[in-house]
Design a protein around this ligand. Structure first.
Ligand code: DOR
Ligand code: ZN
Length: 399
């Protein structure tokens, strides 16, 4: 297939307008006339490498009523995300090799490429060591505080042991459980648990010389703290675009949304943030009313960030870096995250100017609702090519 008249960052650097010849891999970049190849005209659009989301909850197995690899994979593709890393907090968590193998098999039906974070428990060190050898496993997830599911590792010794044991990236849900509980007893806001959690994770990471990544930082201060220690850090669009008032309407999320001023200040940390991840955490509307924490986000993340670009809050190269290159580098996804000869043949083609309004009912996630409901966005995913095949165009799946 040839994508003609594509405007994109060549090798992540300068914007060029060229044709891209690709199949499973990007074969050649240049100007190609003639030939019998299937063609897609990208004139007037902008082309990103297929985006990478290092933090999603696709819920299978065990909570398929919230999402499964089929619906979640479609949601990712519709959001311009061709590669995701799935979290281990299923009802029966991904903390053994048996569970991991089961999940790897189930994920084959996803339209998006799926990798996995293995789950840490207080004592599954030998399983984690075995999991590290799997090509499909890209990280170990440590939950320092309680959230959806039963995973929790709130003891320093166990965290330290995992950090010394597991040599790929260790991802932290860095909310300190004891601080969460203390704040709840005092009926105070929970955000100090994030500061304590990040400080603890980073300090232990330094001692163990491990590679650590802080999930869903919610504030400027959290980002700076993580970066001060040399950790990598992600945030999610809900911390940038929403504030605590959204939790009254859509229910909560862990970590909770912050005050309006915090959300605004978080934009000032953009140059330090390594990844924009969705933390796609679908729940049914009924479960949300009953207190389930988390928001679906796969289909709104890139359009929200393009809207921010259109408002001058970020740049296209920042977006490519934080939504493709950096997550691919941090989690060692080789040959993913750039438009370059030899890289995987995934492209996300967007209209930078198309205006549309978020309507949860039109989304592919089983959640069928969005905390961004009714928001008017500018920037839309028009087509997605995965390994040289057009899989999505104008709201329709072709594969
Ligand atoms: O809000 C959240 N939802 N935070 C988490 O840490 C987990 C996630 C989920 O799996 O529902
Ligand atoms: Zn999460």
């Amino acid at each position: 297939m040839i994508v003609e008249n594509a405007r994109f960052f060549y090798d992540g650097k300068t914007v060029v307008e060229k044709d891209i010849l690709l199949d499973k891999r990007i074969k050649k970049i240049g100007i190609f006339d003639g030939g019998s190849e299937e063609r897609f005209d990208a004139k007037g659009m902008f082309v990103f490498p297929g985006l990478v989301d290092p933090h999603v909850h696709l819920r299978e197995p065990g909570a398929e009523h919230k999402e499964d690899f089929e619906s979640g994979g479609r949601a990712a593709i519709a959001g311009g995300i061709t590669t995701v890393i799935d979290m281990p907090n299923n009802p029966q968590p991904t903390t053994t090799i048996k569970k991991l193998k089961e999940k790897i098999k189930l994920a084959k039906k996803s339209l998006a490429r799926v990798y996995f974070h293995f789950g840490a428990t207080k004592n599954n060190f030998s399983e984690a060591k075995k999991a590290e050898k799997f090509e499909e496993v890209k990280g170990l997830k440590v939950y320092m505080g309680k959230t959806t599911g039963s995973l929790l590792v709130d003891e320093e010794e166990a965290i330290l042991k995992h950090l010394k044991n597991f040599k790929k990236t260790v991802v932290f849900h860095a909310e300190d459980e004891k601080t969460i509980e203390a704040m709840e007893r005092e009926k105070m806001k929970r955000w100090p648990a994030g500061i304590v959690g990040i400080a603890k994770a980073c300090a232990l990471g330094k001692i163990a010389r491990g590679k650590i990544h802080i999930a869903h930082a919610t504030s400027y201060e959290e980002v700076m703290l993580a970066k001060m220690f040399g950790a990598t850090v992600e945030t999610a669009p809900h911390y940038l675009f929403l504030d605590e008032s959204a939790m009254k309407k859509w229910g909560g999320v862990n970590p909770p949304l912050r005050e309006r001023a915090d959300a605004e200040k978080l934009w000032k940390a953009m140059s330090k943030i390594d990844c924009i991840a969705t933390d796609h955490a679908p729940h049914t509307k009924k479960e949300k009313k009953e207190g389930a924490k988390g928001y679906p986000g796969l289909e709104t993340s890139l359009p929200l960030m393009l809207t921010a670009y259109n408002k001058g809050l970020t740049t296209l190269d920042e977006l490519e870096e934080k939504m493709a290159e950096n997550p691919a580098r941090i989690f060692e996804l080789k040959g993913i995250g750039r438009i370059k000869e030899g890289f995987v043949g995934d492209l996300t083609i967007v209209d930078l100017n198309e205006e549309w309004e978020v309507n949860g009912e039109n989304l592919n996630t089983k959640a069928e609702w969005s905390p961004f409901e009714g928001m008017k966005l500018r920037g839309r995913v028009k087509a997605v090519i995965k390994e040289g095949r057009l899989v999505y165009q104008d709201g329709n799946f072709l594969a």
